[in-house]
Unconditional design. Structure first.
Length: 150
C-alpha cells in the first residue's frame, strides 16, 4: 500500500518507527526551503529508513541523539552515499525545530578533523595577536628574545 507524502512523492509502504509521524511534515519543511523533488525524495527515503531502524533498535523519539545517524549509516545494508550524513542532520534539525527531540549537547559533538584544524588555527591567531601587541617575553626565557614575533 503506497503512502503519499505529497502530490509528487510517495513511499511504497507507510513509514514505521518513532519518526514516522514526522515524515510528511519533514517533506513540507524541505519544500518550504526550496529543495527540489529529487533532493526531497532522497531525504524522505533516508528519514523513513532511519525511522524504521530506530524502531527496530527500540529507540524512542525522546532518546534520539546526534550519534544515532552515524550508527544507522554503519548498520544499514546500503553503502552510505555522499550527502547521507547531511540529510540526517536536516532531519534532526527539523525534529528539534518541532521540539520532538532535545537540542544537541555540545559535549556529545566530536569535532571533525577539519573543525579541529580550524580550532587550532583560531588558538594560533589568538596567541599571535597577544604576542604582536608589544608583549615582551619574560627575562626568565633566555634565548627567546631574539625570535621574531611576526
Amino acid at each position: 500500500m503506497k503512502c503519499f507524502i505529497n502530490d509528487d512523492l510517495a513511499l511504497s509502504r507507510p513509514p514505521e518507527g518513532p519518526v514516522a509521524s514526522y515524515i510528511v511534515p519533514f517533506a513540507e519543511w524541505l519544500g518550504d526551503r526550496g529543495y527540489g523533488l529529487v533532493f526531497m525524495r532522497n531525504q524522505v527515503l533516508l528519514a523513513a529508513g532511519f525511522s524504521k531502524w530506530l524502531g527496530q533498535k527500540g529507540i524512542e523519539l525522546s532518546d534520539i541523539s546526534g550519534d544515532h545517524p552515524g550508527r544507522y549509516l554503519l548498520d544499514r545494508a546500503q553503502r552510505p552515499k555522499l550527502g547521507d550524513t547531511a540529510a540526517l542532520r536536516h532531519l534532526l534539525a527539523f525534529l528539534r525545530s518541532q521540539n520532538a527531540i532535545a537540542e544537541a549537547i555540545e559535549a556529545d559533538h566530536n569535532p571533525s578533523p577539519v573543525e579541529q584544524h580550524v580550532q587550532a588555527y583560531e588558538r594560533y591567531l589568538h596567541h599571535a595577536r597577544f604576542w604582536s601587541n608589544d608583549h615582551k617575553l619574560p627575562a626568565s626565557c633566555p634565548g627567546f628574545s631574539q625570535l621574531p614575533l611576526h
